[in-house]
Design a protein around this ligand. Structure first.
Ligand code: ZN
Length: 410
């Protein structure tokens, strides 16, 4: 299974998450291909090396097509230079143009059968430019023919280029806060199971109760990443949040920590980090990612690649807002349900928290491995208190966030 057959990266349009950023880099400023720092050349080992320097990072994807043999690179709007030639004998011709409104395409003719061996886009923090690097290597004709084609990826299927949502608009003081609730697991992935209780069902129940409460309280709009017991890949959950125009995303879990932390209990709020704040957190993150693999979704390499593309610029804006949200949640929850976990705020590399432009947190409401937590989690009264704590936190954060964005005065 050639996971490199298609390297597909959708980062959505994530620059300018705030009003300030919009002022500095207007959205009309499209990415430009900088020919002086771009080249397509043969390397000594028979491979082809492609370097394309863009004035700013954009979502992109790469794949090959057969009959005639081509490499296709799609970008979210790049302004092409009048002339850009290949120096590689294996790529005799390069054509560029508009694929359809919003998407630009570069087509590279292949003289021989070549496959994409590596592909990455990296953003330079200093000058904001992005460099796309691809390495192509030889492949036999049969495998090439079998593995070409536009990526059948759910992200592109759900978001045809013409409907890729604009970057989140700054929220006005009168706008309701749009909350994406993400009940963990589902379908063939039940999550933690203890006796008759399973995490997937319990989180769906809680997500519905929380939605009810938020809608009744007013000032909120609420979406769910799943409405029933179905499997939803982690990346798709982020895509759904963006497509819905959510202002925040809250993933809901109640895992079991069997091994080293069997006595873990109490609610915990997680923020994204590259390095887990402790081993138990790391295990949790790995287990969640593992569920996706079990479900037959090949994410190999994708998460890393996406992490590269996911714009550092947007993340710089979003990270402090996620932090503020997590802090408000710890406060709101402990005010309503009392004692939380001994370390109620932790960090781990949960894939579902990787939206660069939407403040995201993951709440472990409790641990199904703890008898005390189990009792609480299965009590409708306790869950109502938990929901109230989350609502209060969202209200406070929402107001603080508007003040921070200069939308209202303190
Ligand atoms: Zn879970």
């Amino acid at each position: 299974m050639s996971s490199l057959r298609l390297i597909l990266l959708v980062a959505a349009l994530m620059l300018a998450a705030s009003g300030a950023a919009v002022a500095q880099s207007p959205l009309t400023a499209l990415a430009r291909l900088q020919t002086g720092d771009s080249a397509i050349i043969d390397s000594r080992d028979g491979r082809v090396s492609i370097t394309l320097t863009l004035s700013q990072p954009v979502p992109w994807r790469a794949f090959t097509l057969d009959a005639p043999r081509r490499l296709v690179l799609d970008f979210s709007e790049v302004v092409w230079p009048p002339e850009f030639a290949s120096q590689s004998a294996q790529i005799p011709q390069v054509r560029t143009g508009v694929l359809q409104p919003g998407w630009s395409r570069m087509v590279l003719d292949l003289a021989t059968h070549l496959k994409i061996e590596t592909a990455s886009l990296e953003t330079n923090r200093e000058d904001g430019r992005a460099v796309l690097k691809l390495r192509l290597g030889p492949q036999d004709a049969e495998t090439f023919a079998e593995t070409t084609g536009a990526p059948p990826n759910p992200v592109f299927a759900q978001l045809p280029p013409s409907s890729v949502p604009s970057p989140p608009q700054p929220r006005g003081p009168q706008d309701p806060l749009h909350v994406m609730l993400d009940p963990g697991h589902g379908g063939i992935d039940p999550g933690a199971e203890v006796g008759p209780i399973n995490e997937a069902d319990l989180m769906l129940t809680f997500a519905r109760e929380l939605r009810e409460l938020l809608l009744r309280s007013g000032g909120f709009e609420v979406s769910l990443t799943r409405q029933e017991d179905v499997f939803v890949p982690l990346e798709t959950r982020i895509t759904l949040a963006r497509a819905a125009g959510a202002h925040v995303m809250i993933s809901l879990h109640a895992d079991a920590l069997a091994e080293e932390a069997g006595n873990a209990s109490g609610a915990t709020v997680y923020l994204l980090s590259d390095a887990a704040s402790d081993r138990a957190s790391q295990r949790l993150a790995e287990r969640h990612d593992q569920s996706d693999l079990l479900a037959g979704v090949d994410l190999s390499g994708q998460s890393d690649e996406i992490a590269l593309v996911l714009m550092d610029l947007a993340r710089t804006e979003t990270e402090p807002r996620s932090q503020a949200l997590a802090g408000a949640l710890v406060q709101g929850i402990s005010a309503e349900v009392g004692r939380m976990n001994s370390r109620p705020l932790r960090r781990a590399g949960f894939s579902v928290l990787k939206a660069p432009d939407i403040p995201s947190v993951l709440i472990e409401l409790g641990f199904l491995s703890s008898p005390r937590d189990r009792e609480r989690l299965t009590s409708p009264e306790w869950r109502m208190n938990m929901a109230s704590g989350i609502r209060d936190a969202l209200r406070r954060w929402s107001r603080d966030d508007l003040i921070r964005a200069g939308q209202i005065r303190n």
